[in-house]
Design a protein around this ligand. Structure first.
Ligand SMILES: CC(=O)N[C@H]1[C@@H](OP(=O)(O)O)O[C@H](CO)[C@@H](O)[C@@H]1O
Ligand SMILES: [Mg+2]
Length: 536
């Protein structure tokens, strides 16, 4: 057989900037857009190779930098099942992104083709979309050049989408005409699937009212479109919806701002009504957090942990009614509030698994349950229904109307909740459906448990790679002795907990601290960060 090779001389038009080491991290590549075009070109090449490697399956590429500020952008590759790129390929992505010259890139690409035995005559199929950033169109050009260079991969531009919509399309295209077809592979198909499921779950209920902060991002026009399909079943007010002005994206608004600062987003009237539900999306609408003002006028956050516990308790009751014996588990990270874990384990009696940070880890752990609920505290998450569990429900012999109703609701929820990735639009409907059925206002939801006061800090260190962790990132193994110093501090605090790990997305080490009062949580956090001064 002739040695397969590929000509990527057009890479000369997208030279790699000197002195920068790119890394495909937890959230793909994410940098200032000015230095990204060489990397995005190479993402195009790699996506085409991945599609060929998998026999021509559809691969997705999303151009987004999520909650980052407007000058940033990024690229993430979506695998055929609609989940995140397989880990081994993250290394290939990093390797290609760092090739110094076009020749070096060609050599690395050809080596990959050879090592993985990729048949480059297999047709490649790549779809892509972008969020509302100003740099998006130029980076799409770089991506298209990379796809073209990779032996003219077949590709389709889906324009402006939320990240989860692209994941939906990838999974739908790859399951088209199969027995387990995921959905109609169009944006319209996405809205219809969600809207039909919502209407099934909530036939005849009063519309729930909610104010949505769309972070001035792509979630704004997309949620408006979704609401049109919902035909009056939700009563939505949109704020921070100016996605046409990319300079406003994530600026003093959005899920990350609200969660990090624990305060209302900008763009609201001074007089915010009490006990009314609000939510914030992030810039690419794959995260959502909720909040409200309580009777005393205090801001109350309902974050990913609160969404996970709400969903788990609702689903557990439903499953009990079905008598189907399906199991439910919740997956969290070390950043989950200790009270939420305690509530899940002791009150709801649901098993909880803790994984390292990054949704791909949570996603894989959630797949081990019949119904796996996973959320990061920051609001990224979903509920996975195992295909075998869905099949069991579909064919279950029902013996009472109550049992049938519970099964129908569970099946509708499996359509309502995005099965590929956390999705602000789909999670929004999930939460509204549960609150409507339970007739709960936000305070009813919030009272299930009280968050332990906590503090998240970060510290700059000379080399964050020296911080090695185990036990789902809750224990440091290196540098030596640091963990025992942290343990010594923690034991002095009532309900104290603290851990340190290197961030996967920023050049910092993060410090998390929790304790019985806010003052004590702050104090513990500060003391632990003092320990890190030795590593500056
Ligand atoms: C404490 C925290 O919120 N960490 C975030 C952040 O990861 P770090 O590795 O902590 O930088 O970005 C990730 C990607 O968006 C997200 O998955 C994760 O939850
Ligand atoms: Mg995001």
């Amino acid at each position: 057989m002739a040695i397969p090779s590929i000509d990527i001389s057009s890479a000369d038009n997208y030279p790699k900037p000197d002195g920068i080491k790119f890394g495909y991290g937890t959230a793909g590549f994410r940098y200032n857009a000015n230095i990204l075009s060489s990397t995005v070109f190479r993402v195009g090449v790699l996506a085409a190779l991945r599609s060929r490697y998998l026999g021509g399956k559809v691969i997705g590429v999303m151009i987004t930098a999520s909650h980052n500020p407007p000058p940033d952008n990024g690229a993430k590759i979506v695998d055929p099942a609609g989940d995140m790129l397989e880990e081994a390929w993250e290394t290939y992505a990093t390797d290609l992104a760092n090739a110094a010259t076009s020749q070096d890139l060609a050599d690395r690409v050809n080596e990959l083709i050879k090592n993985l035995n990729i048949d480059i005559s297999t047709p490649a199929n790549v779809i892509y979309a972008r969020d509302s950033r100003e740099s998006g169109p130029a980076l799409v050009k770089a991506l298209e050049a990379g796809l073209k260079a990779a032996h003219d991969a077949k590709s389709t531009d889906y324009g402006l989408l939320t990240t989860p919509q692209l994941h939906y399309l990838v999974k739908s295209l790859n399951t088209l005409k199969s027995a387990n077809s995921y959905g109609v592979p169009t944006e319209e198909g996405y809205y219809k699937k969600l809207a039909n499921a919502y209407k099934k779950v909530l036939s005849g209920s009063e519309p729930y009212s909610i104010t949505i902060d769309a972070a001035n991002g792509i979630g704004a026009p997309k949620v408006s479109e979704l609401v049109k399909h919902l035909e009056g079943t939700i009563d939505m007010t949109l704020i921070n919806g100016k996605y046409e002005d990319p300079s406003l994206l994530n600026s003093s608004c959005g899920a990350d701002y609200v969660k990090t600062n624990q305060r209302l987003p900008g763009g609201l009237d001074a007089d915010v009504p009490k006990l009314k539900l609000f939510c914030s999306f992030d810039g690419d609408a794959d995260r959502i957090v909720f909040f409200y003002i309580d009777e005393d006028g205090k801001f109350r956050l309902l974050d990913g942990d609160k969404i996970a516990t709400l969903a788990a308790s609702f689903l557990k009751d439903l499953v009990q009614e079905t008598n189907s014996g399906l199991n439910i588990g919740v997956v969290q990270t070390a950043y989950a509030n200790g009270s939420s874990t305690e509530y899940l384990e002791s009150v709801l009696k649901v098993p909880v698994v803790c994984t390292p940070t990054g949704v791909k880890h949570l996603h894989h752990a959630a797949q081990q349950f019949d119904i796996g609920v996973y959320f990061e505290a920051n609001g990224h998450g979903t509920v996975l229904f195992h295909p075998d569990a869905v099949a069991k429900l579909q064919t279950f012999q029902v013996s009472s109307p109550a049992q049938k109703a519970a099964i129908d609701t569970l099946l509708a929820l499996s359509d309502l909740v995005n099965q590929t990735v956390g999705d602000a639009l789909s999670d929004l409907l999930l939460v509204l459906a549960i609150l409507t059925i339970k007739r709960w206002n936000p305070a009813d939801w919030n009272q299930s448990y009280t968050d332990l006061p906590n503090r998240l800090l970060k510290a700059e260190v000379r080399d964050r790679t020296m911080f090695k962790v185990t036990n789902a990132e809750r224990t440091l193994v290196e540098p030596p002795l640091l963990q025992s110093q942290i343990d010594n501090l923690v034991q002095k605090y009532s309900q104290g907990r603290s851990f340190v790990r290197a961030s996967g997305t920023e050049n910092v080490v993060r410090i998390y601290a929790e304790a019985v009062t806010q003052t004590l949580a702050d104090e513990l956090g500060v003391k632990v960060s003092h320990l890190l001064e030795a590593y500056k």
